[in-house]
Design a protein around this ligand. Structure first.
Ligand code: MN
Length: 204
């Protein structure tokens, strides 16, 4: 992998308010995601063997790595990729999933968009501790899954389309312990156009 950096966002920290507040965005991006990026670059600096292959390739097969490197790569590298996708899948411009091809696949897999949202929320509420809930492509089908900590779905060979950060740092300032309310609000700022593009790319 190459030296990593924080992605440029297509919106301002304040643009997602009231669904995600400015202060949460600022701290989340600069301190939390920024922390993963700098720790990942530190790991890269100490372990030249990580220069071979992309970060995604390294995470898809960690079996050749030393135990001490593997855990850090999963935590920092997963943290970096998970947040990159999280930011890219947010937008202040409200989008309706119905407008995109992905909605047909969701209707056939989950019966309706609201059934998908219910199932996704139940999965997220059932996650103990910190982690993520995901909509992924697995064997060409849509699947909802949870991961703990910063584990990326690509570790298990799944293709992440959409993920919600369920660490308290993602919502506690605005929603306190009400994870359910945070999830309900978050749907309002999902960038379905981007999610749909990732889905279409996964088909080829
Ligand atoms: Mn986070």
């Amino acid at each position: 992998m190459k030296k990593q950096s924080l992605p440029k966002l297509n919106y301002e920290f304040s643009d997602l308010s009231p669904y995600i507040d400015e202060e949460t965005m600022k701290i989340h991006y600069a301190k939390h995601h920024g922390g993963y990026v700098s720790k990942l670059n530190g790991l890269l600096g100490e372990n030249p063997e990580l220069k071979e292959g992309s970060l995604e390739e390294l995470l898809r097969d960690t079996s050749k790595l030393k135990e001490s490197i593997r855990t850090k790569l999963i935590n920092f590298g997963g943290g970096h990729l998970n947040h990159e996708l999280f930011w890219a899948n947010l937008t202040p411009d409200r989008q309706e999933l119905e407008e995109f091809r992905l909605s047909k696949e969701i209707q056939s897999e989950f019966s309706s968009i609201s059934a998908l949202k219910d199932k996704f929320k139940n999965s997220a509420l059932g996650l103990f501790g910190s982690g993520w809930t995901w909509l992924v492509v697995r064997d060409e089908r849509l699947v909802i899954m949870n991961t703990s900590n910063q584990d990326s779905p690509i570790i298990s060979g799944d293709i992440p389309l959409l993920g919600i950060d369920l660490w308290e740092h993602a919502y506690y300032l605005n929603y306190k312990n009400d994870r359910g309310k945070y999830i309900d609000s978050w749907w309002n700022v999902v960038n379905w156009s981007n999610v749909n593009s990732i889905y279409l790319n996964s088909l080829s």
